[in-house]
Structures are given as structure tokens and as C-alpha cells.
Design a binder for this molecule. Structure first.
Ligand SMILES: [Zn+2]
Length: 321
């Protein structure tokens, strides 16, 4: 077996993890050791610099972005399958979101739930489940889902048996999580005494969409935009070589950009979901070294992620769904 490459950011971090974790363990033990290592690493990770972190700004992230922007709805149909950009199938929705108001008067709590219009971008798993449920072909031989508008409509459509749609479920979950879980548990029990709404079902529901929340504060937008423009300077000379080109005029006209509620953005101030929205909306042009054309050529050769253990693969999948 070939050791993880040190030239690939994901594989390098995986290799570093295994320097701390004994790998000759059964699965559950390995997961526990890995979780302990990640907790320690997270506790020690206190610096907030102007630079982006390598784990949210690398070839792997942009490769995921380019690949997901050309999502094949029916991969088993190969070249005949319609291809969509999931951002174009995203759904706008008004839900109560916890916001931190640094200008709140002392008499009011700084964290409040405010009704906010968010953008729900379906995950790859949600799209896969959607196509499995709706089927592939209509009676006339055409595809059931042919474009992003069809997908958006299907995500909002209630099931024929009366069960709520993906979007209705997500709205209920974000509005009142405790009530949502108890309603799901009741519905599962009514369906069959053996049926249970498990923790796994709940986690899957939480990851069904990337939830993008608008940022309208001008100083916050400027801080984020500068980080993306700056990229990550090379260590040796501090040279800026992988910054993105940001369309400031377009951002000014929109009056907002998005942040994301995924763990990547919460910890690192950037994530593949926000980058994908910005590239799709014409707000960002990726740096030349991470362009679709460049990474298309880079993909010839050994598949990335090679040599990764199952436990770490699962964690990486959760990072990018
Ligand atoms: Zn995200």
C-alpha cells in the first residue's frame, strides 16, 4: 500500500493524523482515538490570522467545487444524463436563525433568533436520494428531472403519501429542532412499531442542505473578500500567488455575500459551499492554479484520497457533502 502523499493537502493532514493515532486498532477504537486527536488539535487552534487556512483553500476543495457544479443527475446513464449546477436548484427560505448582534444595547441579549431568508443548496446525497425516489424515465421515455428548475420543484413537492418534502422538513428542523424530532419519532412509530427515527436519520437530515446565510455588514464583507483575494501567501517569501479575483462591483450591487452554517465555515471562515455559490453567481473567479482547466489536467494520474482509511474517509465525506 502506498503511503498518503505529502503533496496533497487532504492526504498530508491524514498522514499527520496517523502520526498521532495508532492505526492497528479495530474501527471503533480508531474513531475514538481520531476524535480525541481532533479535539486536542481544535483546542490548540486559537489563532485567527488574515490568511485562509490550507484545509479550506486547496486543489481538493476546488476540484470538489468544479465536479459538484457539473452534477450528473443519472450517472448510470453516462453522457445522456442531464447535468445541473446544484446552486441553480437551491431554494430560498425564511427561517429563524440565531444571530450575534455586536451592536445590541446592554438591555437586550446579543444573540437573538431573527427571521432570515437563507439559501438551501442540496447536497450530493440529497440529489442521489431524490433521483432514486422519483425514478429515471417518464412513460414517454424522457428523463423525469431534466434541469435545475425540475430539481427545485421536486425538492419542494410533498410526497404522494402525504409525507413532507425535503424543504418542508428542513424548514421545520431549523424552526424548532425539538418539535421536529418528536414529530418524526411519532410518525415513524405510527408507520410500524419496529420503525425508529434514529440519530443517524437526524444527522442525515441536518446535512441534507448547505444552509447559506446572508452577510450584509460591510466591514464583515470586506474582511472576508480580502481573505479570498489574498489566498495563502507562500511561506518562503510571502508572495501572493493563489488569491481569487473578486467582483467587488457585483458584490456592491447585490449588497450581500453568504456565510454557511457548515462546520468548515464556522471553524475556518470559508467552505466549498460558499465558494461554489460565489463562482456560480459570478462573484468570484477562482485562482488560476485552482481553475477547472488546470485541475482537469491535474486529475490525470493517481486518484486523490488514495491510501485513506475508512474512518477518515467517512469524516472527509461529511466535510464535503
Ligand atoms: Zn459550507
Amino acid at each position: 500500500m502506498v503511503a498518503p502523499s505529502t503533496n496533497n493537502t487532504t492526504e498530508r493532514s491524514h498522514r499527520a493524523a496517523h502520526d498521532h493515532v495508532r492505526v492497528l486498532q479495530v474501527g471503533a477504537g480508531h474513531i475514538q482515538a481520531l476524535a480525541d486527536m481532533m479535539f486536542t488539535e481544535s483546542s490548540l487552534d486559537l489563532d485567527m490570522k488574515n490568511d485562509l487556512r490550507p484545509n479550506v483553500w486547496n486543489a481538493q476543495v476546488f476540484e470538489n467545487l468544479h465536479r459538484f457544479s457539473n452534477y450528473m443527475l443519472y450517472p448510470e446513464r453516462g453522457g445522456d444524463s442531464p447535468i445541473i449546477n446544484p446552486v441553480a436548484a437551491a431554494v430560498s427560505l425564511s427561517v429563524p436563525i440565531e444571530l450575534f448582534d455586536k451592536h445590541a444595547p446592554a438591555s437586550e441579549p446579543p444573540i437573538r433568533r431573527v427571521s432570515t431568508t437563507v439559501l438551501l443548496v442540496p447536497s450530493a446525497l440529497t440529489l442521489k436520494q431524490l433521483t432514486e425516489l422519483t425514478g429515471v424515465l417518464k412513460s414517454d421515455g424522457s428523463f423525469v428531472l431534466t434541469n435545475a428548475a425540475d430539481v427545485r420543484k421536486a425538492l419542494k413537492a410533498q410526497c404522494e403519501d402525504g409525507r413532507s418534502s425535503w424543504v418542508q422538513d428542513m424548514k421545520a428542523l431549523l424552526s424548532d429542532p425539538a418539535r421536529f424530532i418528536s414529530a418524526k419519532q411519532k410518525a415513524a412509530a405510527q408507520e410500524s412499531p419496529k420503525e425508529r427515527y434514529t440519530f443517524g436519520c437526524f444527522i442525515q437530515q441536518c446535512c441534507a442542505f448547505a444552509v447559506l446565510v446572508p452577510v450584509t455588514d460591510k466591514s464583515e464583507i470586506e474582511r472576508l473578500v480580502r481573505r479570498w483575494e489574498r489566498g495563502i501567501p507562500t511561506h518562503a517569501h510571502g508572495v501572493l500567488s493563489n488569491g481569487a479575483q473578486m467582483n467587488r462591483e457585483h458584490i456592491g450591487a447585490l449588497g450581500f455575500i453568504y456565510r454557511c452554517l457548515c462546520q468548515g465555515f464556522l471553524h475556518r471562515g470559508s467552505c466549498v459551499h460558499v465558494l461554489q455559490w460565489m463562482v456560480s453567481a459570478g462573484v468570484m473567479t477562482p485562482p488560476a492554479c485552482f481553475s477547472a482547466a488546470r485541475l482537469g489536467h491535474a486529475r490525470i494520474g493517481r486518484p486523490s484520497g488514495y491510501g485513506m482509511c475508512m474512518a477518515c474517509t467517512v469524516l472527509c465525506v461529511y466535510e464535503y457533502i
